[in-house]
Design a protein around this ligand. Sequence first.
Ligand code: XIL
Length: 377
Amino acid sequence: MKVRHIAAAILAATFAASCGGPQTTTNKETGLKDAVGDKFLIGTALNVFQSSGQDTNAVKVVKKHFNAIVAENCMKMEEVHPSEDVYTFDKADQFIKFGEENGLTMTGHCLIWHSQCPEWFFVDKDGKQVSPEVLKQRMKDHIYTVAQHFKGKLKGWDVVNEAIVEDGSYRKSKFYEILGEEFIPLAFQYAHEADPDVELYYNDYGMDNEGRRNGVVKLIRTLKERGLRIDAVGMQGHMGMDYPKIEEFEKSMLAFAAEGVKVMITEWDMSALPTASRTANISDTVAFKKALNPYPDALPDSVSQVWNARMKQFFNLFEKHADIVDRVTAWGVSDGDSWKNGFPIRGRRDYPLLFDRNYQPKPFVSEIIKENQTSNK
Ligand code: XIL
């Protein structure tokens, strides 16, 4: 049993004993987190409407079903560090308060990412690209200030997000262009210096891909060889009905674990819509638009069944490898909240999360909860 859960188990046993024997858990009381138990943390991303407590429907779901949270946007570079001398932590502080009040394990997302990164980061006051030395100093200031601000509050940080592409090479981001591969070890070094107790993660998408898998394995080795801390690899887990292949996803989980790091499924969702590229020209015909957004009212049962079965298969994969999986986090609470309604194509109605637009658990979630009740009897 994982250490963090032993105390909870003792407490539960003591409680049961003091109440005259084991309690029969009713459906009303059992949340997904109870069903998952000590296998791994089960989390969700929160938007600011939720972490401020205003979205009371979502808040109820979070309290009942999840024991971990991550900020969907409010800790990103452009949010907390909009210009060189300005740090804005209000929304992120509210997120932390929500987590503390509800006893939730919190992850920081993210310190260094090419996206949602303010433009000032790479240019001087005349708009000229900065030197490697200046960028290093800016990264250091950013990471130190942000990581120290949240010191003691978070279990870990996504230190670098989405830096390796499908052939295993480095994404040609501004960080890479100016600093080369060195920007990643530097980010991990600064994060550790800023908060020596916090866990450090590398996070990326499309992790089933063999080239990226090999690139990430190489990166873990580089960091470890240089004596830098890396605790886990975050596999984002943005999935569709036809990707990733479960076997390839599993291979990556095992490949990362073999390097001596934990695995986290950090941004789990599964689009129920046809896979479409962001560059698709949707203005072509009405028929084409309908093909891309085929379920504007509700998800047909036939599709829902396939979706639920596929989600369950992945959940079972995470359970099978519970010894290496530390956390599984959904990228949003309910379907209505999901970024997938606007990505990669705007204005679609998607059904990618664990709870529907009425905040009801999807069938596969209810099944997991029910199975747990049966196994507890
Ligand atoms: C997404 C958020 O969900 C959106 O609200 C935002 O507009 C864009 O970013 N990979 C990541 C996440 O690491 O931070 C992204 O989140 C989704 C892809």
